[in-house]
Design a protein around this ligand. Structure first.
Ligand SMILES: NC(=O)c1ccc[n+]([C@@H]2O[C@H](COP(=O)([O-])OP(=O)(O)OC[C@H]3O[C@@H](n4cnc5c(N)ncnc54)[C@H](OP(=O)(O)O)[C@@H]3O)[C@@H](O)[C@H]2O)c1
Length: 119
């Protein structure tokens, strides 16, 4: 989601390597699918419910969330609901393309290697 380089702050969607040492922001369902906070990162979990768990920080009001108030980078790691709301604010996207057909029930906004971030 968000990235800091010197004094310029950026929002990005990123991979495991890129996010290490930064903050990761995810929806509550993605957090539950992971089953635990990701190590070596601040774990920001977006939910309207009063979730409390060791190693996570809850964001109840996504509209009021200001990535500039988080030290370092903030990376959006899903899921689809969160991508739909935050990709337009992202300045950088890390996209892995896996040449395989899989069945899915959740779909992120359509992206390709040539995509520009939606505005
Ligand atoms: N393949 C991949 O790269 C990838 C990446 C990430 C996730 N996933 C998968 O995607 C699935 C989850 O995606 P999803 O789209 O169903 O759910 P999600 O985006 O992970 O989480 C949705 C939840 O986030 C909270 N939320 C969303 N918008 C909010 C807002 N504006 N304010 C406050 N809370 C808000 C709500 O939590 P509450 O209901 O608690 O209020 C909502 O139910 C999982 O199966 C996960 O494994 C795949």
């Amino acid at each position: 989601m968000e990235k800091s380089r010197g004094t310029s702050r950026r929002i990005s969607s990123g991979s495991k390597k890129a996010t290490s040492g930064s903050a990761v922001l995810m929806g509550r369902k993605t957090y539950e699918s992971l089953g635990r906070p990701l190590p070596n990162r601040r774990n920001l979990v977006v939910t309207r419910s009063p979730v409390a768990a060791e190693g996570i920080e809850v964001i109840a009001d996504l509209q009021a969330f200001d990535p500039d108030k988080v030290q370092g980078d903030v990376w959006v790691i899903g899921g689809a609901e969160i991508y739909r709301q935050l990709l337009p604010q992202c300045e950088e996207l890390y996209l892995s393309v896996i040449p395989r057909e899989v069945e899915a029930i959740h779909f992120s906004p359509s992206l390709s290697p040539d995509s520009t971030l939606p505005k």
